[in-house]
Design a protein around this ligand. Structure first.
Ligand code: FAD
Length: 231
């Protein structure tokens, strides 16, 4: 297996990895990104972009409802199907062609597959078809692999099949009920989402307060995203 050499190898094509690779190339280096899933990462498909796309119609409606003269023009209610369709267009229907084209234009090579470190400045990529490719970095390997939602070890929670931010942002239909576990920033966003979908009940509670078996008829949503709003 002949190894391919680059100045910089970036593992993960989320917003962090894209920026690292772009900076490296703009600084005159040769860079490759290795991505196991979609180019663009969480932000584009399961986080910032779809969550904001889902919430925008509610915000627009609320703004109009707060203005006398405009509120009188509102005679209908939110169209949930249209909200999901709008979200789908913002995520490119979970197709990363736009972002992989961007990589090409930015002169960043893309290797699709799962990367692992195999030595100093060495990376082995297992591609989708099972074949492997060795990459060697002259300068650095940047690990930009992001994170995943953590589901707390609360009794009954796993059995309740909780949503994380991934399932919430890519949902195809609105749940009847939603229990929101935790009280940090992202949960407040999901509470708003509950209003979009016309939930019968939206509840916030601490994951440490006991069993969630009683919530089996609710969609439990657990996520962690310690971020500031408005970013
Ligand atoms: C609901 C929600 C809303 C958010 N809204 C905002 C917002 O409005 N503004 C904001 O700034 N932030 C927001 N965030 C946070 C933002 O989504 C993250 O900070 C950002 O996505 C992190 O980017 P990243 O590139 O570090 O990681 P990721 O986007 O997770 O990218 C990592 C990439 O690495 C790939 N990868 C992992 N391991 C390997 C491997 N071994 N080999 C190859 N590839 C691999 C993954 O497939 C993934 O594509 C939000 C988060 C959530 C959950």
């Amino acid at each position: 297996m002949a190894a391919k050499e680059y100045d910089v190898i970036v593992i993960g094509a989320g917003s962090t990895g894209e920026n690292v690779a772009d900076r490296a190339v703009k600084g005159g280096l040769r860079a490759v990104i290795v991505e196991a899933d979609l180019v663009g990462g969480e932000c584009s498909y399961w986080a910032c972009v779809p969550s904001k796309a889902l919430l925008r119609p509610l915000q627009a409606l609320t703004a109009a409802q707060s203005v006398a003269g405009a509120r009188e023009a509102i005679t209908g209610s939110l169209d949930v199907a249209q909200i999901f369709a709008r979200r789908d267009s913002f995520t490119g229907h979970w197709n990363d062609k736009g972002q992989s084209d961007w990589l090409r234009n930015a002169k960043i090579d893309l290797v699709r597959g799962h990367a692992r470190l195999s030595g100093e400045r060495k990376v082995i990529v297992t591609e989708k078809n099972g074949s492997t490719l060795e990459l060697i970095a002259r300068h650095a390997v940047a690990v930009c692999t992001g994170s995943r939602a953590a589901i707390p070890a609360t009794p009954g929670l796993v059995e309740a099949k909780p949503w994380t931010s991934r399932e919430a942002t890519s949902a195809r239909e609105a749940p009847d009920r939603l229990a929101i576990i935790g009280g940090v920033w992202s949960h407040a966003r999901w509470g708003q989402l509950g209003r979009v979908s016309g939930l019968r009940r939206s509840r916030s509670s601490s994951a440490d307060r006991g069993s969630f078996r009683t919530l089996n008829r609710l969609r439990a949503l657990s996520c962690r995203a310690p971020l500031s709003d408005g970013a």
